[in-house]
Design a protein. Structure first.
Length: 187
């Protein structure tokens, strides 16, 4: 698949083709029944955008036997000094449940992208290590995702930075980083 340009990514997700914006319409109705709708509109938009992004990622990753979750595991392993990490560290860094990590690793092992072995530093732990084939697929998949601007080609770069900053405040407010509040200040 060649580079995908902004504007052409619309074909990667089933367009709703509605004559109105359903989130805006719900917001108007919400305001009539319940009051201010800004938070509801924003939250609902985040969920819809997640669907759109996942569909766009699936389009470019599926030919490589990857989902975005499995791609994230491979990238994390390439970022490690040794190319391997304990499964519990993978789960922590990717902010996912241990069961999700095990499932992703099982599929990556089956695809030949990852090897698994006992962790010598932890008798019950498991290490996942990226294979040469895994490194190759990360390179190809990364080129595809970056050509797609990670599905956000509809936004200029400055707005992508602003979006990250806004969403980061929600993550920090939820405690993603210990000792840092929603404003990004150490407490």
């Amino acid at each position: 698949m060649g580079p995908v340009r902004a504007g052409s990514v619309a074909r990667m997700v089933r367009p709703l083709g509605l004559p109105f914006d359903p989130i805006e319409r719900a917001g108007e109705t919400w305001e009539q029944r319940f009051g201010p709708a800004a938070a509801m509109r924003a939250a609902t938009s985040v969920f819809r955008v997640q669907q759109i992004l996942l569909a766009r990622f699936d389009e470019v990753l599926k030919p490589h036997g990857l989902t975005f979750a499995r791609y994230e595991v491979l990238v994390l392993l390439t970022f490690s000094r040794t190319g391997e990490l304990p499964l519990k560290v993978i789960g922590s860094r990717l902010m996912v449940h241990p069961t999700s990590v095990t499932n992703a690793i099982d599929r990556l092992v089956a695809a030949g992208y990852v090897d698994r072995r006992p962790n010598p530093a932890d008798g019950r732990g498991v290490l996942a290590g990226i294979t040469a084939q895994g490194r190759e697929v990360v390179e190809v998949a990364t080129r595809a995702l970056t050509a797609l601007d990670f599905g956000l080609g509809d936004l200029p770069e400055a707005e992508q930075h602003a979006l990250f900053d806004v969403l980061r405040r929600v993550r920090l407010g939820a405690g993603d980083v210990d000792g840092v509040d929603a404003a990004g200040l150490r407490s």
